[in-house]
Design a protein around this ligand. Structure first.
Ligand code: MEV
Length: 314
């Protein structure tokens, strides 16, 4: 089939950060899992322009395509129909934009009949993410590319390391609840932390280092190397995120109530300062207690599957 009629379909997963958001921007490790919510994207047809469904994604697609064509050195007149269907809520910390960047990069490889090179897909997706988020760590695009459960670390601007975590224990049941789309963008929240760092380097540096320690303890929990209690790790991570001022008052209050019934919760992703703080990762050693807590409030929480497949051609 030539490019004139080619239909390319790909999908890529969203993510949950189990430990280490924000500190990962400063070179500390993060543990991140792909989830069972995916973005589906199809490219088809031959046109000299780009037709986008849904239309409100058009700006994002065009910006990304400038970078992709530049990367491949392809003529600027290559066009197509593009259709995007996503199960990942936008701007809530679940990696919706990275899933898009990864899926579009992967689809373009197929469109121009090249073998899918995941390293390059991730590289291009990172360029797109940088265009939109200023100074991202690259954790979101990396998990969406490779999937699974990753230990990720940004060592320098252009060098990162990651490793699939081979679990020694079964992952616990975890749930999510969306506190609402933050008023601030990820870029703005990351900048708030950077400003805090500039204003108060000693205190902020200490918080970030402590986050790194919590993430290392989280790894020990997953590897069953130490007697670490998961609830405590999530609590500690959340407290440190609150110290960075990336969690709204309402969300903090809700989390305190979850802790009172023996559970724990943390924001996952950049957070949100004024109102919504995006998605919350919820854990309780007795999941029924968590479910009944939310049921009493008439709120539905969702169980989430971790460690799903990375980007794939459908
Ligand atoms: C990632 O989802 C959230 C932040 O850690 C930013 C980043 O790593 O690029 C806050």
């Amino acid at each position: 089939m030539n490019r004139e009629t080619r239909l390319v379909k790909v999908s890529s997963p969203g993510k949950i950060i189990l430990s280490g958001e924000h500190s990962v921007v400063y070179g500390e490790p993060a543990i991140v899992a792909s989830i069972d919510k995916r973005l589906h994207l199809s490219l088809s047809g031959s046109r000299s322009d780009i037709n986008v469904i849904p239309q409100n994604a058009e700006y994002f697609v065009r910006q990304a395509m400038i970078l992709i064509k530049d990367y491949f050195g392809t003529p600027s007149h290559i066009g197509f129909n593009i259709e995007i269907n996503s199960q990942i809520p936008i701007g809530c910390g679940m990696g919706s934009s990275a899933a898009f960047s990864v899926a579009l990069s992967a689809a373009f490889f197929k469109l121009i009949n090249q073998r899918l090179d995941l390293k390059k897909v991730n590289e291009i997706a990172y360029l797109i993410e940088k265009k939109h988020h200023g100074n991202p760590s690259g954790v979101d695009n990396t998990i969406s590319t490779y999937g699974g459960l990753l230990w990720f670390r940004k060592e320098s601007e252009s060098f990162y390391t990651y490793s699939q975590i081979k679990l020694k224990r079964r992952l616990p049941r975890v749930f999510i609840f969306n506190t609402g789309k933050p008023e601030e963008s990820t870029k703005e929240i990351v900048k708030t932390v950077a400003d805090l760092y500039k204003k108060n380097p000693k205190k902020t540096g200490k918080i970030i280092k402590k986050m790194g320690i919590v993430t290392k303890d989280f790894l020990k929990y997953l590897m069953e190397e130490d007697d670490v209690i998961l609830s405590q790790l999530i609590k500690d991570n959340e407290m440190l995120l609150e110290d960075l001022s990336v969690v709204s008052k309402d969300t903090e209050e809700l989390i305190r109530r979850i802790e009172k019934i023996g559970g724990s919760a943390k924001i996952s992703g950049a957070g949100g300062i004024k109102n919504g703080s995006g998605i919350l990762l919820l854990y309780h050693p007795k999941p029924a207690k968590l479910m009944s807590f939310f049921r009493q409030k008439n709120i539905k929480i969702e169980e989430i599957k971790l460690g799903t497949k990375g980007v794939k051609v459908e």
